[in-house]
Design a protein around this ligand. Structure first.
Ligand code: PRP
Length: 175
């Protein structure tokens, strides 16, 4: 994939500003509580790191890893749990942190899975919402940006495990 095919969709400056707002919103909503932020590996790790630094309540962090895409651009539709949490979330306020919601299949699987562990509350925070592709409804409490149905990489998002290090959200022009 040649560099000329990358186009800025969301700049670093816009990411920074919006993530600051999300952090303030979460800090306000969770005042007096100690939420557990659960990052969905691998894509969410960059967003989670920046979001956490904009949260002022005492938040904990853990990660869960699932997969349905492999190295493909299209989801297989079957979600597998690859790595579980270390934290016992029973009775805790959990915020699931995603880089992108596409079909909603991953988050639907994860919310059902985590709810069986009886958290006190469970909300979703996603940086990107590719709403046109939704197949399964998932209630999104915090959304950074709604984006069109374009293939995007950067800021943690990959194509075939590459390009996660691009510091902004980029769409890939397919010639
Ligand atoms: C991406 C993303 C979400 C999921 C969303 O993960 O991080 O977890 O796809 O798609 P869906 O709404 O259609 O289920 P991916 O499987 O690409 O793995 P990665 O996070 O390791 O890159």
């Amino acid at each position: 994939m040649a560099d000329k095919n990358f186009r800025v969709l969301i700049s670093q400056r816009r990411l920074e500003a919006r993530i600051g707002q999300l952090g303030r919103e979460i800090s306000r909503d969770y005042r007096g509580r100690k939420p557990v932020l659960v990052g969905v590996l691998r894509g969410a790790f960059v967003f989670l790191a920046d979001l956490l630094r904009n949260i002022t309540v005492p938040a904990e962090v853990d990660f869960i890893s699932v997969g349905s895409y492999g190295d493909a651009k299209v989801s297989s539709g079957v979600v597998r749990l690859l790595q579980d949490l270390n934290t016992n979330i029973r009775g805790r306020h959990v915020i699931l942190v995603e880089d992108i919601v596409d079909t909603g299949v991953t988050l639907s699987y994860l919310t059902h899975n985590l709810r069986t562990r009886r958290p006190r509350s469970l909300e979703i925070c996603t940086l990107l919402d590719k709403h046109e592709k939704r197949k399964v409804h998932v209630p999104l409490k915090y959304v950074g940006f709604r984006i069109p149905d374009k293939f995007v990489v950067g800021y943690g998002l990959d194509y075939a495990q590459q390009h996660r290090n691009i510091p902004y959200i980029s769409w890939v022009r397919e010639d």
